[in-house]
Design a protein around this ligand. Structure first.
Ligand code: SF4
Length: 355
């Protein structure tokens, strides 16, 4: 290696380290609100949950305090499939679903006899919003011989139009299973997940052009810079990220699978491309490992996003307490719609149980 190239490498390394330090300083992980003393409020909420025979069901992407409360009160912290399954199996007659709107709807579809409350009705999801039922129905109607498979991140009305609902953890297996029927497939609404499945299975699908605003922001360049400083770090990627991100990953999987990977892979350092809320359970599962947020945005971006879903962030202790005190924000679904949306969800549950 010539002296000038040695110098060049050194400058690149320094530049990468500066960028990485900026990223790590920016990391919100370290400022997640676990140190706030909210014990009195948590005790009040636990009493309300008990008095109302209610269970708190929280998604991995909610803030640490919400997850702590779900854990301490005997509720559940999980992905959307497990949240729904827990909700339908718990003896609780009220479910408080801390996540986004479609998760509350899914809980209600599976447990219509239960009261389902959400901390705020405003918490939605870019995949849900980007797939209006009327437009998606028109799209599907144009391809009447296709099997329609939709991701869990959809409204009850979109689910009702589908043949199957699926979650990221078992999407590859389901599409392989359906391919045996030799019918073409419509996939919606997450185009990145659809593309990832198509690459994994070799099965072409018609994709609805939706995406997640959080996972869309992870960039290969930022991960490569971080890897220059932490060359032994394994890269964990959720498949709602771009396919370019999946290509540089050491492991691609659903939230539950990513937590398991951090626990089981021999690496001591991980770069994680999914919502930073996952660090609460991931660090519990892998306490001796260094977990780093994958950088968002590129070098030319004027700002960096925070790898945290703005709608998941709306769930907080105040809103959970209020919803239990006031009984508002109840999820209500028309009985006919509930029945139609239940069929593809039941197929998902049965398929998940069978594999
Ligand atoms: S992280 Fe993305 S997919 Fe999940 S709720 Fe937020 S916008 Fe939707």
């Amino acid at each position: 290696m010539s002296e000038s190239s040695t110098l060049m490498m050194s400058q690149e390394d320094i530049a990468a380290r500066v960028i990485v330090q900026e990223h790590l300083a920016h990391e919100h992980l370290k400022s997640m609100p676990t140190v706030v003393d909210s014990s009195a409020q948590k005790e009040r909420i636990k009493r309300l949950l008990k008095q109302q025979n209610a269970a708190l069901v929280a998604h991995y992407y909610t803030d640490a305090l919400v997850q702590e409360l779900a854990e301490e009160s005997g509720g559940c912290i999980s992905d959307s499939l497990e949240m729904a399954r827990f909700g339908s199996q718990t003896p609780a007659t009220t479910l408080v679903v801390a996540g986004v709107h479609f998760m509350g709807e899914t809980a209600k579809i599976l447990s219509p006899e239960k009261r389902v409350l959400v901390p705020t009705l405003e918490a939605t999801c870019s995949l849900d919003v980007g797939c209006p039922a009327d437009q998606f129905t028109a799209f599907c109607d144009a391809y009447p011989n296709h099997t329609v498979v939709v991701y869990a991140n959809t409204s009850a009305a979109v689910k009702a139009r589908a043949d199957w609902v699926v979650t990221s953890g078992i999407a590859v297996q389901l599409i392989e299973h359906l391919a045996a029927e030799d019918k073409p497939i419509i996939w919606g609404p997450d185009q990145h997940l659809g593309r990832y499945i198509a690459k994994q299975t070799g099965i072409e699908m018609l994709l609805w052009p939706g995406s997640c605003i959080v996972h869309d922001e992870f960039k290969v360049t930022g991960v490569e810079q971080l890897k220059q400083v932490y060359p032994k770090a394994a890269v964990l990627v959720h498949p709602e990220s771009s396919y370019a991100m999946a290509e540089i990953a050491d492991f691609v999987g659903s939230t539950t699978q990513l937590i398991k990977a951090a626990q089981e892979m021999p690496n001591k350092e991980f770069i994680v491309a999914t919502d930073r809320g996952i660090f609460y359970k991931m660090q519990q599962a892998a306490p001796d490992k260094l977990l780093m947020e994958a950088p968002t945005a590129g070098n030319s971006a004027s700002c960096r996003s925070c790898a945290h879903c703005p709608w998941m962030a709306m769930n907080d202790l105040d809103k959970i307490e209020q919803v239990l005190l006031l009984g508002h924000n109840e999820i209500v679904i028309d009985a006919d719609l509930q029945q139609r949306a239940l069929q593809p969800l039941k197929r998902l549950m049965d398929f998940a149980a069978a594999i």
